[in-house]
Design a protein around this ligand. Structure first.
Ligand SMILES: Cc1cc2nc3c(=O)[nH]c(=O)nc-3n(C[C@H](O)[C@H](O)[C@H](O)COP(=O)(O)OP(=O)(O)OC[C@H]3O[C@@H](n4cnc5c(N)ncnc54)[C@H](O)[C@@H]3O)c2cc1C
Length: 608
């Protein structure tokens, strides 16, 4: 090809790219102008759902499949389509976007966050249609079968693996060649799952071979085995993020029986004679009310759902009394908060395999992405593979996850782990000199430390107090140290050798006094650098109604209040050895079935 031919081809591709962009904008604008988004709500609906996030979007879609059922979906944020970068997996996962977030922080942590400003960690939550599914890392990780069977043993009858797998399959549309429909995978649901393919296969191969050399066999992250190596699977479609908004909600927004109110901040559930009859919300500074003849369903996420419940008089006795809120039901709302932690091990390498901002946003990279959905940009956070491991010898249940990330996040503008400026400076200087590098992200999947969400005041706009008590239980630090040692061992395998892996020089003075690769050294790094793995859950624990620690029963009904349910990450009773996107979608699918059946029963009774 001559230089002229090349230039001409380039111009054609550019024109095509621009045309595709225009078509996308027209499409997005037309989709977002569906009549479902309304300015004035009716006085009453059958169901009012609070929060159009991960769970709320699935519920709204499933409940309105019956055209007789009228649903109002209230969302505090706006449309997620306002920022096209949110749909590009790499950019959205590495460049944070405060316009679409609640900007929560934990309170200062006693045992963790030593390297962070004010010893607080960020807790990210999405604020728009799709909720946190518009800014998460899209990794499709259901967690091991054993986790669900443990739930069942602990009193969650009907939530064992055999009960929940049909609901995972109901939503899944797996397009991977190795994940044909089977007992573990399906291809007809709305949530597309795609194997992540890295633009640098030799890096994936190195990680995979290193895992094998340490005895971790190949497996499917969402299959029969629980321990081993697996290639990443993500909820993307042709390189574009699949949120629950574009997978579930937007297709349902053509239905006459669904109304969606944006920028509607719900302040409380209206409870009359022990029954939820509607909600109060603020929009454009005005107080509005929407009635619910069947049910109010809270899907505002594990931080905001407890806040709304407490403001409505449903919560722990002392807290309600301190806040002077009239009690409606005394139950442990906000307790039992769990969240995983992750610690980056940065590894510098000798090959040009790193996804840098310059490489991934180059004209060639963007064109490749536009034309074929390939290249760097479809990779969520640059992650390509995982090792599921156990810190306890002989255990079949993973509590550690080591993920390979083909990037150094600190190189990205907008990267924000709330690190103290001196630590961030050291880190960036370290990576400036070593542009080629990767992260072995060590994650504690099943923490035993337990925290809580409480309120300082009855102001619905004041952020709740989030205290996860990270690393309070010594078992958590012990497990993470084993994880760091495993990551170090990976860098010492024969497979890794050809990349000449180098760990950065020691950049936290307090940790430098310990011997490298010793327990105290890793403990120090963990206490300074660990960040939330964003698997917050448990704040409205599901379980046996007779168990004093539970907030909702096995049908997700709030104890002591009729016609009120919680359907979101709050109800997860304990951490799973995976992540929480797929499990929350599963919970919403199962809840929709439970609610539909109960509605049909009530409906039949009324008409017989
Ligand atoms: C950065 C990040 C990366 C992650 N990566 C992964 C991953 O790769 N894989 C994975 O499995 N999980 C991941 N997760 C976790 C997963 O995405 C969440 O657990 C899950 O999406 C939570 O769903 P939810 O329905 O409970 O809440 P959300 O999706 O947060 O929905 C709550 C909705 O309620 C709205 N709302 C809140 N308060 C009010 C109010 N008062 N009135 C009206 N509306 C309100 C919110 O704006 C939001 O839209 C990640 C999370 C984060 C933050």
């Amino acid at each position: 090809m001559t230089a002229d031919d090349f230039r001409r081809t380039l111009v054609w591709w550019l024109v095509l790219g621009i045309l595709a962009g225009v078509v996308a904008v027209v499409y997005v604008t037309s989709v977002s102008s569906f009549h479902a988004i309304i300015d004035r709500t009716n006085s009453s609906y059958d169901f009012v759902i609070v929060g159009a996030g991960t769970a709320g979007s699935v519920l709204a879609s499933r409940l309105t499949e019956d055209s007789d059922v009228k649903v109002l979906l209230l969302e505090a944020g706006g449309e997620e389509t306002r920022d096209p970068n949110l749909h590009v997996p790499l950019l959205s996962s590495l460049q944070k976007n405060p316009d679409f977030e609640w900007m929560y922080y934990t309170v200062p942590q006693k045992y963790a966050a030593m390297g962070m400003n004010d010893r607080t960690l960020r807790i990210q939550r999405g604020r728009a249609l799709g909720g946190t599914s518009i800014l998460n890392n899209m990794l499709y990780l259901r967690g091991s079968k054993r986790g669900y069977d443990e739930w069942e043993k602990a009193g969650c009858r009907g939530w064992g693996f055999r009960d929940v797998i049909p609901y995972f399959l109901k939503s899944e549309d797996n397009e991977g060649d190795n994940f044909k429909p089977s007992a573990y995978h399906a291809a007809k649901g709305p949530l597309m799952v795609t194997p992540v393919s890295s633009p640098h296969p030799p890096l994936d191969d190195t990680f995979k071979q290193a895992a094998q050399q340490l005895g971790y066999k190949d497996m499917d992250c969402n299959g029969k085995e629980s321990l081993g190596y697996c290639g990443a699977q993500a909820t993307t479609k042709k390189g574009v993020r699949v949120s629950t908004s574009n997978a579930f909600l937007r297709p349902a927004m053509a239905r006459q029986n669904l109304h969606v109110a944006l920028f509607a901040h719900v302040t409380k559930v209206l409870i009359s004679n022990g029954k939820a009859v509607g909600v109060e919300f603020l929009r454009n500074g005005r107080r509005e009310i929407a009635g619910a003849t069947q049910e109010v369903i809270l899907s505002a996420g594990p931080v905001a759902t407890p806040q709304i419940l407490i403001l409505s008089g449903v919560g722990p006795k002392d807290l309600l009394s301190d806040l002077k809120v009239a009690p409606q039901s005394i139950i442990p709302v906000g307790e039992n908060l769990f969240d995983g932690l992750m610690v980056p091990m940065r590894v510098f390498i000798n090959e040009s395999f790193t996804i840098t901002p310059a490489r991934s946003t180059s004209v060639i990279s963007r064109m490749k992405y536009k034309v074929s959905g390939a290249g760097y940009l479809p990779m969520p956070a640059g992650m390509f593979g995982h090792i599921f491991a156990s810190s306890e010898e002989g255990s079949e249940t993973p509590d550690l996850l080591i993920s390979g990330m083909a990037t150094l996040p600190e190189a990205w503008e907008g990267f924000d782990w709330n690190l103290k400026p001196n630590i961030l400076k050291e880190m960036t200087e370290n990576s400036d000199n070593n542009e080629e590098g990767m992260i072995l992200m060590v994650q504690l999947l099943t923490p035993t430390s337990v925290g809580r969400v409480t309120l300082k005041s009855t102001n619905p706009f004041e952020h709740p107090t989030i205290d996860p008590h990270y690393l309070e239980d010594p078992a958590d630090i012990k497990a993470l140290i084993k994880g760091m040692k495993l990551a170090f061992k990976l860098t010492r395998t024969k497979a890794f050798k050809r990349l000449e892996p180098k760990l950065p020089r020691r950049f936290i003075p307090k940790c430098s006094k310990h011997k490298v690769n010793s327990d105290p050294y890793y403990e120090c790094l963990i206490r300074y650098l660990a960040v939330s793995s964003e698997t917050v859950g448990g704040t409205c624990k599901m379980g046996d109604i007779a168990d004093n620690a539970t907030v909702v029963d096995l049908h997700l009904r709030v104890k002591g209040i009729h016609q009120l349910r919680v359907v979101d990450a709050s109800v997860l009773p304990s951490p799973l050895s995976g992540a929480s996107y797929a499990p929350v979608v599963m919970v919403a699918e199962k809840a929709a079935d439970i609610i539909k059946k109960s509605y049909q029963r009530r409906h039949k009774r009324r008409h017989s």
